[in-house]
Design a protein around this ligand. Structure first.
Ligand code: ARG
Length: 267
């Protein structure tokens, strides 16, 4: 089935506040470069891979709306809406909600459980098992709440390094048996949990994680990732994947990469 992605043009993308260690207001975004990088990613998805990209309207005052991966966790036509930890991003949920409702998704507000969660940023779906990160942006309770509502079991992973504040900055789902992981940010127990579920855990280096090389999107045959991911890219090629490297460093100024800019819509 054609992969369906939700994206948001970087019309208002900027670093206007600092809510993660990557963001520095004096390290200004170059809007032209950001737009070109976003467009290159969009073109890979739509023109090269034939994926379908849906767009959500950019909103002034919401510079991080471009990171649609935080707009929800979508499984089988149901979406768990985000409850953002930082007030700077809380205005995004009312933008995502009608977008999902108007497109036939049933929303499961995790607000009802009064705990935080930031969509696919912290809940990465591997064979319908959500690996869910905490504590930087999501409460552990939100994992269970979302999992129950969606009828799946979550594997909660405790992250220790705030540079990797969302799980999708440290973990890539490679295929049905493999994930790539920067194993120094989850606790030992959490790494063990991943190993118990996933037959093949490829260990990525700190350099890989720092260059946002793990923040990648895959469809079983192709992987789209940062053009700085040369070592990992070679490994993926050896695994038989077609690799699509793309420049993404303007978004890294905000602590985001390829996957953060893309939310998978699973109907
Ligand atoms: N500046 C954004 C934030 O701090 C970046 C979000 C990146 N998204 C992700 N899925 N990792 O919230």
């Amino acid at each position: 089935m054609t992969k369906q992605i939700l994206m948001c043009r970087p019309t208002y993308f900027d670093v206007k506040y600092e809510i993660n260690p990557w963001m520095h207001c004096d390290n200004r975004v170059e809007p032209k470069r950001a737009k070109a990088q976003w467009q290159a990613l969009y073109d890979i998805y739509t023109l090269k891979l034939g994926w379908q990209a849906h767009l959500i309207e950019p909103q002034p005052g919401l510079p991080d709306l471009v990171f649609t991966a935080n707009g929800g966790l979508v499984i089988g036509g149901q979406v768990a809406l985000p409850r953002f930890r930082h007030p700077e991003r809380q205005g995004e949920t009312p933008v995502f909600k009608p977008r999902f409702l108007n497109n036939g998704f049933k929303t499961l507000p995790i607000q009802a459980h009064d705990c935080e969660g930031e969509g696919e940023g912290d809940a990465v779906l591997w064979n319908d098992v959500p690996f869910a990160g905490y504590p930087w942006r999501s409460d552990r309770l939100s994992h269970q709440a979302v999992a129950r509502a969606l009828g799946v079991n979550a594997v909660s992973l405790q992250l220790t390094d705030d540079r990797f504040y969302h799980l999708d900055t440290a973990l890539t789902l490679v295929n049905r048996s493999t994930v790539a992981l920067y194993a120094s940010t989850p606790t030992r127990e959490s790494v063990d949990k991943v190993r118990r579920v996933v037959p093949n855990v490829v260990l990525a280096s700190e350099d890989d994680a720092l260059a946002y090389r793990l923040n990648a999107l895959i469809d079983g045959e192709h992987i789209v990732l940062s053009d700085r991911a040369t070592g990992l890219a070679d490994m993926y090629r050896r695994m038989g994947l077609q690799v699509w490297p793309t420049p993404i460093d303007e978004f890294q100024k905000s602590g985001g990469g390829v996957k953060c800019l893309s939310l998978e819509l699973r109907h």
